[in-house]
Design a protein around this ligand. Structure first.
Ligand SMILES: Nc1ncnc2c1ncn2[C@@H]1O[C@H](COP(=O)(O)OP(=O)(O)OP(=O)(O)O)[C@@H](O)[C@H]1O
Ligand SMILES: [Mg+2]
Length: 287
């Protein structure tokens, strides 16, 4: 079930979607390989906590992966390791054959983590522009404006983070993650604070961006529906220490729209994964 073939590109071709737009950073999306990845945290006084255990996963370039699992099962820890923010205790992670740190140095990685991580002293506009500054690149003002418009915050460009709602801050963080047109996009519950309607709009936008720009995407979400709507494959993690319990391919045609959610195939995968998530969480709580 785990494959190296470019499933995402096949899906796009079969859906008759437009050729991908030019990427500022690169022309091809990056493969990600996780080999036997584990993470144990030292808690002090000789105590340790096993957060992630023996994860093997190959993600094809341009593929969209959703990661689901109970709270505390290690999803963010796994993302942080892929993003080079945390070292694995065991195993290895490569992005296009390089280390995650190399990927960050080459500005190929866009990250929106669970906490929005906006700079409180910078306006929404300047937060979105920050990756240009960090990369030592001239700010593409048009691109920053475009991204703010995309997340429907053009009118709040000059607002400071404290003047924005939780969902608005999340949207700034998504715009910031996308501004350099990354090859790899890492999203940790990016839509958690959005209302249902905005969330569906953002899901659609994310699908559109992903289909037009070569981006290998890993999304952590607590919404199984969102995972089925967006992903090529869904990885279900067991309760801590998180292992890959199940990997499910989503072979629904693209582009997917609101109608897709009413299709029997969609409902079927949703039911299967919801049951699997319930089972795995119930087993965990019995241990
Ligand atoms: N820096 C750290 N030091 C010690 N323990 C940590 C650290 N970071 C995470 N943990 C522990 O690792 C486990 C997994 O945490 P993680 O944040 O990856 O879970 P999660 O699946 O993202 O949960 P949620 O869905 O609630 O965001 C938890 O038990 C957490 O307490
Ligand atoms: Mg988390």
């Amino acid at each position: 079930m785990i494959s190296n073939t470019s499933h995402a590109q096949t899906l796009r071709a079969s859906a008759g979607e437009p050729e991908k737009a030019e990427s500022a950073s690169s022309t091809s999306p990056s493969e990600i390989a996780l080999t036997n990845v584990s993470k144990t945290f030292a808690l002090g006084k000789g105590q340790t906590l096993d957060a992630v255990s023996n994860v093997d996963l190959n993600i094809a370039g341009g593929e969209f992966i959703a990661l689901i699992g109970a709270s505390g099962c290690g999803k963010s820890t796994l993302l942080r390791m892929i993003a080079g923010l945390e070292d694995p205790s065991q195993g290895s992670i490569t992005i296009a054959g390089q280390s995650p740190e190399d990927c960050i140095k080459r500005h190929k990685l866009g990250i929106a983590m669970q906490e929005h991580g906006l700079m409180p002293w910078l306006s929404a506009w300047n937060n979105v522009a920050m990756p240009f500054r960090l990369a030592g690149l001239p700010i593409d003002k048009k691109r920053v404006d475009e991204l703010l418009a995309l997340v429907e915050l053009a009118d709040f460009a000059q607002a400071m983070p404290k003047q924005l709602s939780g969902g608005m801050k999340q949207r700034v963080s998504i715009a910031r993650a996308l501004v350099l047109k990354p090859d790899v996009l890492i999203l940790d519950e990016p839509f958690g604070a959005l209302d249902a309607v905005t969330r569906r709009l953002m899901n659609n936008e994310l699908q559109r961006i992903w289909s037009q720009q070569p981006t290998t995407t890993i999304l952590v979400t607590h919404s199984v529906e969102e995972a089925v709507f967006l992903a090529d494959r869904i990885c279900l993690m067991s309760p801590r220490p998180g292992r890959l319990e199940l990997i499910e391919e989503v072979e629904l045609n693209r582009p997917r729209g609101l109608d897709t959610m009413h299709e029997p195939e969609f409902r079927q995968i949703l039911a299967k994964l919801t049951t699997a998530l319930d089972d795995v969480c119930t087993q965990g709580s019995r241990q």
